[in-house]
Design a protein around this ligand. Structure first.
Ligand code: CMC
Length: 431
């Protein structure tokens, strides 16, 4: 099946093969190689998927050269300034901005699912207190499949819907509980009179001994961080969710796989790695030393929070967050924090250094989100869990899209095999 009369021709060994093409609504044209192996007996080679469209999607569009990010067609800067996280969740899940009634109904559905099964509290207590909250989240989210048996059947649209709402609603509760457990404080139950971001702050920072008031500007900054991380087309963790679910695995297991992938420092773990790097640099006068290390091919050190696989001009999310960072730091009166001074100077030096300019390495979203989360009071270990809870709606939307796609097949890449060819087993005494 193809939707354009255009074809591409592949020639080798004196033979030519016509390959159909797809025309996207935006972005590069796509050559359909699905029948290539059957027709020509060859594979294509693309480790890291730098030139491979792994699916047909209508959710998110990125133009990395222009620094554009659209959700269902709406630019991310408009969503960040005019919308809010739950409305963006609705947009990602259902394809259109909601009416007031639809939004109210959606917010009610999410709010009604914020508590987790009480038995899960015991599950948390099985972890060591010093476990990284991401490790706890991988385990607890995977364990949801042992608690919510009525939303495991991926072939039932109603069960898929319930699983989606449960995941979006419970992820802040789970992330906050992972944090509270790690610092030895009692779990805090969700409050349904608070909005999504404010409720998350409440569950992380309140204690039974005194009243905690969520600062609305901090809640707004939190909501913006969530909004800006909500989806990012076929990134590593989303592709992991899609691949895991292509086998028909249950949604909770697949989202746990996504969380595990996100944890890596080249992906969601970069916000934690970035703050740790700023701490290691420590003072502004040490910046040149670290810049030189980042440029040294023989040194594995990279400037965390800089560079992106797709964005080669600017990260549009970073632009919005930079402004939020300035607002929040001013509000909290922490502009003089030495770590933030290092961050600002590092950004300035890197943006003017020929190495970073030539390689198109700009601060990415994780550079600024780490700074804001630090100012709000989150420890670095909570940065990636915050990313995970924002990205849950993206994973869920992409998962739902994939399951509903009649062309869905189990993901099964092939390989360029360069190992030994067949040889006979050698008995141990003869080796
Ligand atoms: N510091 C120093 N050099 C860098 C950096 C960096 N942060 N990022 C890339 N380079 C260099 C790299 O050494 C390579 O140089 P050369 O061409 O001489 O070999 C060149 O730039 C291209 O790098 P690459 O690794 O081929 O690029 P990639 O598209 O595979 O990697 C990346 C993208 C995000 C993994 C990488 O830029 C990186 O490791 N950045 C630091 C980690 C980070 O901040 N990650 C968060 C990404 S945004 C949030 C998310 O989506 O998860």
């Amino acid at each position: 099946m193809t939707d354009t009369s255009k074809t591409a021709t592949l020639s080798f060994d004196g033979q030519s093969f016509e390959l159909p093409m797809f025309t996207p609504t935006a972005g590069p044209e796509v050559i359909d190689i699905r029948k290539l192996y059957g027709q020509a007996g060859v594979f294509t080679y693309d480790p890291g998927f730098t030139s491979t469209a792994s699916c047909d999607s209508t959710i998110t569009y990125i133009d990395g050269d222009e620094g554009i990010l659209l959700h269902r067609g709406y630019p991310i800067d408009q969503l960040a300034s005019k919308s809010h996280f739950l409305e963006v969740c609705y947009l990602l899940l259902y394809g259109e901005l909601p009416s007031s009634a639809q939004l109210e109904d959606f917010e009610t559905r999410v709010t009604r699912h914020t508590m987790i099964h009480e038995q899960m509290h015991n599950f948390f207590r099985g972890f060591r207190r010093d476990a990284h909250p991401m490790a706890t989240m991988v385990g607890v989210v995977g364990a949801m499949s042992a608690f919510y048996h009525d939303s495991l059947d991926v072939n039932d649209p109603w069960q898929r819907e319930v699983a989606s709402i449960r995941l979006i609603a419970k992820m802040p509760t789970i992330a906050a509980m992972a944090y509270k457990y790690s610092i030895g404080q009692p779990f805090v139950y969700p409050r349904n009179d608070l909005d999504y971001a404010a409720n998350f702050l409440h569950m992380c920072f309140s204690v039974p001994a005194e009243t905690y008031h969520v600062n609305p500007i901090v809640a707004r900054a939190m909501d913006r961080i969530l909004t800006l991380h909500a989806d990012h087309e076929q990134n590593a963790s989303t592709s992991t969710v899609r691949l895991a679910s292509s086998s028909g695995a249950n949604p909770f297991a697949c989202i746990a796989a996504g969380i595990a992938c996100l944890w890596g420092p080249a992906h969601g773990g970069a916000n934690q790695a970035c703050l740790e790097m700023l701490r290691e640099i420590g003072t502004v006068d040490r910046i040149p030393e670290f810049i030189e290390r980042a440029k040294d091919k023989n040194d594995p050190f990279r400037l965390m929070g800089f560079g992106h696989r797709v964005y080669k001009n600017t990260d549009p999310r970073a632009k919005v967050l930079k402004q939020s960072a300035d607002e929040v730091l001013e509000l909290l009166g922490v502009q003089d924090n030495p770590l933030l001074q290092v961050a600002k100077e590092l950004e300035h030096v890197a943006l003017n250094d020929p190495y970073f300019i030539e390689k198109k390495l700009f601060p990415n979203v994780d550079f600024y989100s780490g700074i804001i989360l630090e100012a709000i009071g989150f420890p670095t270990s909570m940065f990636t869990p915050v990313f995970a809870l924002s990205r849950t709606v993206g994973w869920v939307s992409q998962w739902k899209e994939m399951i509903a796609d009649p062309q869905m097949k189990i993901g099964r890449p092939r390989q360029l095999y360069r190992g030994e060819t067949e040889r006979n087993y050698v008995d141990i005494e003869n080796r």
